[in-house]
Design a protein around this ligand. Structure first.
Ligand SMILES: [Zn+2]
Ligand SMILES: [Zn+2]
Length: 205
């Protein structure tokens, strides 16, 4: 059995979140719906990147993911508005040097029971309603891990750069051109007129 204890910071009480499934499953961010009150409650916790299945190409997550989420139960629906932050390094897309990243993601999702009226209408598939993401929960347990994971991944830059004017690597010798020019001749292969130009004497001769 997995057990995760959350600090319930607005009240002194603590909520124990217990995963019902066998221990083969990775720890997840689960909240028992019956433990929530109908006023907004701030929950905070930290997770190892592995626990959230955080994997991205050429990115290393260096720090625990800090999560702060305000959950409000509205009868059987649960609104979760949260933030997740962590530190990572990516590879510069031009020179391959590490680029430090401060990742700050936000999410907002409404969780509805998979036995309710929404489920009957929408076929239990998560959907968007206006700007609102709507997810289904089952067994009276809301699992925030996917929202947290996605809000972090969405913040990662598509083409990280160590600096806006990174000069990149020389395509021929691989030298880091940020450290100065390499000794390669200027690139001519892409210029179809280069060979022809050599045949024409420069003007003035
Ligand atoms: Zn670079
Ligand atoms: Zn070179």
């Amino acid at each position: 059995m997995l057990q995760k204890v959350w600090n319930k910071t607005q009240e002194s009480a603590k909520i124990d979140i217990i995963a019902i499934r066998p221990s083969l499953e990775k720890p997840k961010m689960k909240i028992a719906v019956t433990s929530l009150s109908e006023r907004p409650t701030l929950l905070e916790s930290t997770f190892a990147p592995k626990e959230l299945d955080l994997v991205a190409e050429r990115v290393q997550f260096l720090d625990a993911v800090r999560v702060a989420v305000t959950v409000t139960r509205m009868q059987e629906d649960v609104l979760a508005v949260g933030k997740a932050t962590t530190k990572a390094t990516a590879e510069c897309s031009r020179c391959l040097e590490p680029v430090p990243l401060e990742v700050k993601g936000e999410f907002e999702a409404l969780y509805v029971p998979d036995t309710g009226a929404y489920a009957a209408r929408m076929g239990r598939r998560d959907f968007e309603w206006g700007d609102q993401r709507v997810n289904f929960y089952s067994e009276l347990t809301v699992d925030l891990s996917e929202e947290i994971r996605q809000c972090i991944l969405l913040e990662l830059p598509m083409k990280p750069l160590c600096r806006a004017d990174c000069a990149g690597l020389c395509p021929r010798c691989g030298a880091d051109l940020n450290k100065g020019p390499c000794s390669c001749e200027p690139e001519a292969a892409d210029d179809p007129w280069a060979a022809l130009r050599d045949l024409i004497p420069p003007k003035g001769k």
